[in-house]
Design a protein around this ligand. Sequence first.
Ligand SMILES: Cc1cc2nc3c(=O)[nH]c(=O)nc-3n(C[C@H](O)[C@H](O)[C@H](O)COP(=O)(O)O)c2cc1C
Length: 172
Amino acid sequence: MKEELSGDMALKFLPHFPTVLIGTGTGEESNLITAAMLHVFSIDPPMLGTGIAPERHSFELMKKHRQYTVNVPTKDQLEKILDCGKVSGRDVDKFEEFDLTKEKSKNISVPGVEEFPLIFECEVKDEFKTGDHTWFIGEIVNAKKSPDYKREDTILYWGGEFRKPGKDLQEE
Ligand SMILES: Cc1cc2nc3c(=O)[nH]c(=O)nc-3n(C[C@H](O)[C@H](O)[C@H](O)COP(=O)(O)O)c2cc1C
């Protein structure tokens, strides 16, 4: 017999996409927000989407510039994920405060995070409000990966826990 759950409780059992730092804003205004709401929205053209709550500073920057970077960490960078999810860019320069370096993007004006091994550059093509978040759907206009990045090294977050992806089931 299955236990009935409320929708928000049930979501805690659903594995997520990686938790990332979303870069918004340009130049001195550049900001980073920790986001667990990330999904693929199209393969052709390649599109990602991220859900940002309207009260975030990143929301204002996203509306203004309509571009963002998706910066995927390794499990050793969990502290940066926690740091950037605790404070607002309205109060601190997160690049400076958390010792992160701006990496110039090739096709957009918003920088990425040099220390993170996988970076997507996205241009917002669509947005829609869903309850307490707005999804910004971005076409991937460039992407970069460090040679030593391994998919299983990234960080997943769900139900209040940080985890790493498991083994390839077809290799066992
Ligand atoms: C693990 C984790 C995941 C988060 N995921 C999201 C998210 O997907 N969307 C969102 O709007 N806020 C999310 N947050 C909250 C923001 O990262 C946090 O409010 C941040 O301080 C906002 O920064 P800003 O005001 O500079 O944009 C998350 C926080 C943590 C710790």
